[in-house]
Design a protein around this ligand. Structure first.
Ligand SMILES: [Zn+2]
Length: 447
């Protein structure tokens, strides 16, 4: 089998063996692609439910290092058209890459909403990440213009240029209730996973919460299951390689094993201490790090619920084990290239956008918003595939008096459990707005 397990690792870490002087030396060059190429590539990957085949396909299309350049940033819409009452769910997560035709739809639809439901605002949630591609669990993707500054601050951690900060959870108090434990530190890890030809770095950010004290019993169980996994005889389940690592005391090479069992839904990584060649019998003093995560074949490469166990070996005091959990960050099977957008419903007094509490939703206003989206698509000849809403939302919309059965919006409203806090708008591509600037699109689409 081709080295597909390492490919899975490579999606989060560049391959190769970089020299110690430059943590960025081994970073792959990101390939510029059209958003449509990236989208159809990922759709082809998801066509198969064989986890190994998925990895082979990702490798074949080079999706791990693809990078699309023909999207716009919906964030800019708020600056360029201040009379369109859009808001952003947040300004930090960079999930607003949008195709021109989706942006046009949003401009026109808001024109109708302003007429039909004056005073209402709409909040923009996830659209697509910078550079397109699969939006993975717990992962935020940015592009960093100042590659030198990042790399100067970074260290090679387990083969990847990494900047780690330990922050007080109060730094994220705004995100309550998502970051609900304000007493423990949050580990913010930023890693570089590629460089564009014009020198921008692709940075992936993950945040980890500190786990409870690791008991003997827990540790035994961990070692036990890790041992079993890495002794597995299943074909292709395990691969070993070497990674360069610098904990501040100079670079060393560490043996890394990856275990992948897509059928069982498990991914695991085992990294050994410097100089340790054999893993077995698996003892704490031989281990540098263990990671475990769940595999979701509907969302290839998006490893869920990662737990990470750091082993610090101190000859005198023994081994200290710290456990970290990856903080939640939505992953999406669609949202690949800016043709899918999560937009809020209309709520009373514009309060509680993206809240799943149905009582906050203004049924009449939300119905008008659905109607606005449908009409805007028709006006502009943008193929609207669907407006996905939760069954509870659909039931609520059906109680709206003005929503007559003959309204064309009903044909676009599709039941989709989980879309209780937002409508997921999906369109198909159309070339009419391609190559246009944001200002041109606003002019073309404005009511
Ligand atoms: Zn969505």
């Amino acid at each position: 089998m081709v080295s597909s397990l390492l490919l899975l690792v490579a999606l989060a870490s560049p391959p190769g063996e970089p020299p110690q002087s430059d943590p960025g030396a081994a970073l792959p060059t990101l390939l510029p692609r059209s958003a449509q190429t990236v989208q159809s590539g990922w759709e082809w990957v998801k066509d198969t439910k064989d986890g190994f085949e998925q990895l082979d396909r990702i490798g074949e299309r080079k999706l791990g290092i693809s990078f699309c350049t023909d999207t716009l940033d919906a964030q800019e819409l708020l600056r360029a058209a201040t009379d369109l009452p859009y808001e952003l769910r947040d300004w930090v997560r960079s999930r607003h890459a949008v195709r021109p035709e989706m942006l046009a739809l949003m401009v026109r639809a808001m024109g109708y909403l302003k007429r039909w439901q004056p005073g209402s605002t709409i909040t923009i949630g996830d659209i697509a990440q910078r550079g397109c591609g699969q939006i993975r669990y717990g992962t935020i993707v940015h592009l960093d213009d100042d590659a030198d500054a990042f790399l100067a601050r970074s260290r090679l951690e387990f083969g990847v240029p990494t900047v780690t900060e330990l922050l007080d959870a109060w730094a994220f108090a705004d995100e309550y209730p998502r970051m609900d434990d304000l007493d423990t530190p949050v580990r913010v890890e930023r890693i570089a996973t590629g460089r564009t030809r014009d020198g921008k770095l692709r940075i992936e950010t993950r945040r980890f919460a500190l786990g409870a004290h690791v008991t003997e019993r827990r540790l035994d169980l961990l070692l036990d299951r890790t041992s079993k996994r890495f002794k597995s005889k299943a074909a292709g389940a395990i691969e070993w390689d070497l990674v360069e690592h610098d904990d501040g005391s100079g670079p060393v090479r560490l043996r890394r094993g990856t275990f992948f069992d897509p059928a069982g839904g498990i991914w695991s990584e085992l990294i050994l201490q410097p100089g340790v060649k054999g893993a077995f019998p698996l003892r704490p003093d031989r281990i540098a790090r263990i990671r475990e995560a769940y595999v979701d074949l509907g969302k290839p490469t998006s490893l869920k619920f990662e737990e990470r166990w750091d082993f610090d070996y101190d000859g005198e005091a023994g081994v200290h084990v710290t456990r970290w959990f990856l903080e939640y960050e939505a992953h999406h099977a669609s949202h690949l290239s800016g043709l899918d957008a999560d937009l809020s419903y209309v709520t009373f007094n514009n309060y509680g956008h993206f809240s799943p509490i149905l009582a906050l939703m203004d049924r009449v206003g939300s119905w008008r918003w659905m109607k606005a989206l449908e009409k805007a698509a028709r006006d502009l000849a943008i193929p609207l595939d669907a407006l996905f809403v939760d069954p509870s939302v659909l039931r609520a919309l059906k109680t709206v008096e003005e929503a007559g059965k003959a309204e064309p919006a009903w044909k676009k409203l599709k039941r989709s459990p989980g879309h209780d806090s937002h409508v997921h708008v999906r369109i198909r591509p159309t070339p009419r707005f391609h190559g246009k600037t944001l200002t041109e699109i606003i002019e073309m689409a404005r009511l």
